[in-house]
Write a protein that binds this ligand. Structure first.
Ligand SMILES: CC(=O)N[C@H]1[C@@H](OP(=O)(O)OP(=O)(O)OC[C@H]2O[C@@H](n3ccc(=O)[nH]c3=O)[C@H](O)[C@@H]2O)O[C@H](CO)[C@@H](O)[C@@H]1O[C@H](C)C(=O)N[C@@H](C)C(=O)N[C@H](CCC(=O)O)C(=O)O
Ligand SMILES: Nc1ncnc2c1ncn2[C@@H]1O[C@H](COP(=O)(O)OP(=O)(O)OP(=O)(O)O)[C@@H](O)[C@H]1O
Ligand SMILES: N[C@H](CCC[C@H](N)C(=O)O)C(=O)O
Ligand SMILES: [Mg+2]
Length: 488
């Protein structure tokens, strides 16, 4: 695509009268620049991309998009906000792929990955070609690729959508993080259905306050239906039990469908009963009541299921088929995943890494546990510090045997993170075992028949980040090996 054609998408006042080279790619990272790239200078949190402009030109960049004028020997276009401009040109460069896809986005503090997988199952059972973008991977059909962020930067994102359109994906389902909304990674994406799970504390290191965090989430709904050249109906699927929903209803011009358990909603679950191998509830919607038997466990799982029902109904799937698909889902990797090694106690690996998710999961465990509940929990380094004491308090409140340990300390001192957690508790009925492997092994050797061990925080992760080292670590494997060793 020619430079002029890409830049005309910006509707900028800058008059362009120079050469009009063929642009081979849009890049914001010199490590990916090739001959003919348009290099976008982005001010980051660690470095400023403007400092890499010369290097980009040396590597073959044909033009630069920047927030300030510079003299680097190729055309430079100055815009107020390069992150936003990058999203606009990426959308244009890939020929507006989201206008060719049915796009479903899911935002919220917890439940995005789970709900996206429920939706994937529903659509695949309908023989619809699906694409998935989220925390664990990007998936086109059954082909997986690794991703760095839950929601990738705008260029990567548009490139993935483009790939999806190349293989005839019909419906793309993606997690939309609050970081992505704040940083404009999803600008230009033409969503058809926007789902909200819940808003509870996390990421205050990034957003500062819950109000700012809520504002970032609200952008998803206020921007829904604002894409150019569009006449498809837009739907917001919102959790009626979450207070933020009232604000999102005001923010959006889209059609609204609500779901809930406690408050009146379009799609409701009643008579929920939770047992150790599943959850049953009565679904009330459209004047109809029917029993649903899930293999998923917990009230929080019911919320995710209701969200998935709402989104797939908006997409036109028949309710009976939706329920059939949901009843057949066994679980999502690292979410309430059981580790089985023939032991006579229960071991669960779960991705709960926020106060609300930890409390929900522990409450769920309490529904069926009659003996000791061990919880192994830590808090990530270089992430929201204020959640540390709160998570520690929740662990003590709901478990009989809490063990505080490390969860990706990153650049922080692991012992300091544990001290921050301990600020939240005053009784000494917990243990601190900094080494996560030792903590898991200890709980497994101490558990007896009928106990439950919840290993929280890392779920599907297969690493532990200590300093700048990424070490192999998988809670499920460590637990299984310990169980098998103990049984010998
Ligand atoms: C805080 C944050 O979101 N940071 C993101 C940001 O990185 P950054 O600001 O540090 O970038 P930087 O290193 O300063 O670089 C600035 C610019 O210079 C460029 N550069 C840099 C070095 C170089 O040699 N050449 C070069 O061109 C970079 O490509 C970039 O364009 O831009 C990067 C590229 O897009 C992101 O990968 C990175 O996410 C980091 C890895 C991250 O940890 N983000 C987390 C907090 C995050 O976004 N999480 C959310 C939600 C998680 C959830 O679901 O709970 C997510 O969506 O993943
Ligand atoms: N609807 C929900 N409400 C509260 N907690 C939930 C809900 N769904 C899942 N959880 C809890 O949150 C954890 C993370 O779930 P999931 O991975 O689906 O969320 P996510 O929003 O994708 O998280 P992330 O922002 O880290 O990508 C689960 O392991 C479970 O403990
Ligand atoms: N998407 C979340 C993942 C946290 C997972 C937890 N294991 C940690 O490292 O804190 C985040 O980046 O905050
Ligand atoms: Mg996720």
């Amino acid at each position: 695509m020619r430079l002029q054609a890409i830049l005309s998408a910006l509707h900028s006042l800058t008059v362009f009268e120079g050469e009009n080279p063929e642009i081979t790619s849009i890049e914001h990272d010199t490590r990916r620049v090739k001959k003919g790239s348009l290099f976008v200078c982005v001010k980051g949190y660690t470095v400023d991309g403007h400092d890499f402009a010369k290097k980009a030109v040396a590597l073959g960049a044909a033009a630069i998009l920047a927030e300030k004028p510079m003299n680097v020997g190729v055309p430079v276009f100055v815009v107020r906000d390069t992150k936003r401009a990058m999203a606009v040109v990426a959308d244009a460069f890939y020929n507006h792929p989201t206008q060719k896809l049915k796009l479903i986005g899911i935002t919220g503090t917890n439940g995005k990955t789970t709900t996206s997988h429920l939706l994937e199952k529903i659509f695949q059972d309908e023989h619809v070609e699906t694409g998935l973008i989220g925390t664990m991977y990007t998936k086109i059909g059954d082909k997986k690729a690794e991703t760095k962020n839950t929601t990738p930067d705008s260029v990567t994102l548009q490139q993935i959508f483009h790939q999806m359109t190349q293989v005839q994906v019909d419906t793309a389902i993606m997690e939309v993080s609050s970081h992505a909304l704040e940083l404009g990674r999803v600008h230009g994406c033409d969503y058809d259905i926007a789902v909200f799970t819940n808003l509870t504390q996390d990421h205050l290191d990034f957003h500062g306050t819950m109000e700012r965090y809520k504002f970032a989430k609200s952008l998803f709904f206020s921007q829904l239906g604002n894409a150019y050249l569009d006449n498809r109906p837009k739907y917001a699927v919102l959790n009626a039990d979450d207070e933020a929903t009232e604000d999102f209803i005001k923010a959006t011009a889209a059609h609204i469908l609500t779901y809930g358990i406690d408050r009146e909603a379009d799609i409701m679950a009643k008579n929920i009963s939770i047992h150790s191998s599943g959850t049953q509830f009565t679904l009330v919607t459209g004047g109809r009541e029917q029993t649903v038997n899930l293999q998923l466990i917990g009230k929080f799982s019911v919320y995710n299921v209701l969200a998935a029902i709402g989104a797939s109904l908006c997409a036109g799937v028949n309710l009976d088929s939706i329920i059939q698909s949901l009843e057949s889902v066994q679980g999502v990797a690292g979410r309430f995943e059981l580790v089985q090694g023939g032991q006579d106690f229960t071991v669960i690996v779960d991705y709960a890494h926020t106060p609300d998710s930890l409390e929900n999961v522990l409450k769920t465990v309490r529904e069926f546990a009659h003996k000791k509940i061990f919880v192994i929990v830590g808090c990530g380094g270089d992430r929201d510090k204020t959640k540390r004491p709160i998570m520690a308090k929740i662990a003590l409140e709901w478990a009989t045997d809490p063990i505080f340990t490390s969860d990706n300390p990153r650049s922080e001192n692991p012992a300091q993170i544990l001290r921050d957690m301990e600020e939240g508790v005053h009784e000494k009925n917990y243990q601190v075992i900094e080494d996560r492997k030792e903590a898991i092994e200890y709980a497994i050797s101490a558990a007896t028949s009928g106990d439950v061990i919840l290993i929280a925080g890392k779920g599907h992760e297969t690493y532990q980040i200590i300093g700048d080292q990424v070490l192999d670590f998988d809670d499920r494997m460590v637990a299984k090996e310990a169980i098998l060793r103990n049984r010998k």
